[in-house]
Ligand binder design. Structure first.
Ligand code: HEM
Length: 138
């Protein structure tokens, strides 16, 4: 398992020095690469949305060794996302753009090990969110 919490935290810390709201850069990349998702983001102000996503990612990193917390919270998030019009195929798009934003902000300090750790943790979150989405669809 290439999921290494210390690498996740280190890359967040480096990225945050350059852009405290890391997810701001994420949304810019996401909407540029996948403009079709933009209409789904209609409820919250962009700043609110950026902060909620960042807070959720940080909370998940704090609970990597707490499968009950992760399962309960991320499945619930996946259930809610069905109502936002999010489909399963969109999850890899978010992972790709989140990693792209972190890589860009970390610059020369970004390594293949950072990339592998983020891909692993995002994979865990996606599996749980998709399980919640499947429940929501019945
Ligand atoms: C594991 C990955 C993801 C995480 C951690 C995450 C996190 C969040 C959070 C914390 C919110 C705030 C509202 C809430 O609590 O329900 C939210 C809303 C939302 N997310 Fe995600 N999300 C993920 C994946 C996705 C994907 C793949 C899409 C696809 C486009 C997406 C689109 C949205 C939309 C459209 C909203 C509502 C926006 C609005 O109300 O304007 N999310 N997400």
């Amino acid at each position: 398992m290439s999921l290494q919490p210390e690498l996740l935290r280190q890359s967040i810390a480096i990225a945050a020095e350059r852009e405290p709201v890391i997810t701001k850069r994420f949304y810019a990349i996401f909407f540029e690469r996948y403009p079709q998702v933009r209409p789904l983001f209609s409820r919250n102000a962009p700043e609110t949305q950026q902060e909620m996503l960042q807070a959720t990612i940080l909370a998940a990193l704090d609970h990597l060794d707490d499968p009950d917390w992760l399962t309960t919270n991320v499945k619930a998030l996946g259930r809610q996302h069905v109502a936002y019009g999010v489909t399963d195929e969109m999850y890899p798009w978010v992972g790709e753009c989140l990693i792209a934003a972190l890589a860009e902000l970390c610059g020369d300090e970004w390594t293949p090990e950072h990339e592998a750790s983020w891909a692993a943790v995002y994979g865990v979150l996606t599996d749980l969110a998709l399980a919640g989405a499947a429940e929501a669809r019945g």
